[in-house]
Design a protein around this ligand. Structure first.
Ligand SMILES: [Zn+2]
Length: 349
């Protein structure tokens, strides 16, 4: 059994792919250039690196937290909250500057193993300032420096996307991040803004206009996690209020043909994360993945991995899983060019 067949056999549908993956195609898939437009930095740190950093920083795991049970996600979770259990630990490090360098290198190395040529890496940055006892601008500077060093080493283009978390403090968080970005002289490798977090939680009324202003002023791309927990209206407001260029997940949009037409008309790309969508329950086990519905309505989409280390998989597995969900080999072969077209990183060729 070659590697690709092994990967397909591990997919949530139990390997019931409609595509027969011949060895030559498997080789082609494994060697193909890839691009990653939706990956969370702290969901991409190999567990061995996390354990090493915990030991070095003398950090204790929260009481009752078991690495094998609580850090990794291999089977569909009861709820998104349950899927997010690993973040109880992922917010506790790195306290040391050198461990930020260490984890950046591990993240980029994992991406390189999946033939990722360019990546938009997401981070909420501010937790780093608290952990490392430094200003938000220093935290952003450290993150940029360590991710630049890592990406240079692997010859990978890297853009940073600043993640804002939904909730009462989202406007303050965004303003703080933008000030840090300006304090550093508006570095070119900060390429976009992301809104993440619990979609059931309200946000301050001014938040959408703050996103739009940042887009106009700094030229950021905007991506919004929306429609992952069934809220169709969040996808619509991402487009109409936040000025989103891309939608993270967007699975609920498939329930509204008018919304799909809007996404197609405005050329809004959906970041489809096939493995994550099954594990979070965004797509229930007994339902088809909506990516075929996206294709039918000519909504552009790009296959991404979301939190590959939590899944103990990589982008190559997400591409293989997308095939078991109904994409053709030809669809997969177009993915690199689609990612280039919708990436917020400039000057890709
Ligand atoms: Zn995500």
């Amino acid at each position: 059994m070659n590697q690709c067949q092994i990967d397909l056999a591990k997919t949530p549908n139990g390997g019931l792919g409609r595509e027969i993956v011949h060895k030559s195609l498997a080789v082609e898939l494994s060697e193909r250039d890839r691009a990653e437009l939706h990956v969370h930095m702290n969901g991409a740190i190999p567990v061995s690196t996390i354990q090493d950093i915990f030991a070095d920083e003398l950090t204790e795991l929260p009481s009752g937290f078991l690495i094998e049970r609580d850090m990794l996600r291999h089977t569909p979770c009861q709820s998104l909250a349950s899927y997010l259990t690993p973040w109880q630990v992922l917010r506790l490090f790195p306290k040391k500057r050198e461990n930020l360098d260490r984890l950046s290198l591990a993240v980029v190395s994992s991406l390189a193993q999946n033939n990722v040529r360019f990546v938009e890496l997401r981070s909420s940055v501010l937790y780093l300032a608290a952990l490392q006892n430094c200003s938000p601008a220093q935290a952003l500077e450290r993150l940029l420096e360590s991710s630049r060093t890592a990406s240079d080493r692997f010859g990978m283009r890297l853009g940073l996307v600043l993640t804002v978390t939904r909730g009462d403090y989202s406007s303050v968080g965004l303003s703080t991040l933008l000030q840090a970005y300006q304090d550093l002289g508006e570095p070119d490798d900060v390429v976009g803004l992301d809104l993440a977090g619990d979609e059931e939680i309200a946000y301050p009324a001014e938040l959408p206009s703050l996103f739009r202003k940042a887009k106009d002023r700094f030229g950021f791309g905007i991506t919004i996690h929306a429609g992952e927990t069934g809220r169709v209206e969040n996808v619509r407001s991402a487009v109409e209020l936040f000025g989103a260029d891309r939608i993270g997940h967007g699975t609920a949009a498939s329930k509204d043909p008018h919304l799909l037409d809007l996404l197609a008309r405005q050329d809004i790309c959906i970041e489809v994360c096939p493995i994550s969508n099954r594990l979070t329950g965004a797509v229930p086990v007994d339902e088809a993945h909506p990516l075929l519905e996206f294709r039918r309505h000519q909504v552009p989409f790009v296959i991404c991995s979301d939190n590959p280390a939590i899944h103990q998989r990589g982008l190559a597995d997400d591409h293989a899983t997308a095939m078991t969900e109904g994409l053709s080999a030809n669809d997969i072969s177009e993915q690199f060019d689609i990612a280039k077209r919708y990436s917020f990183i400039e000057g890709l060729n």
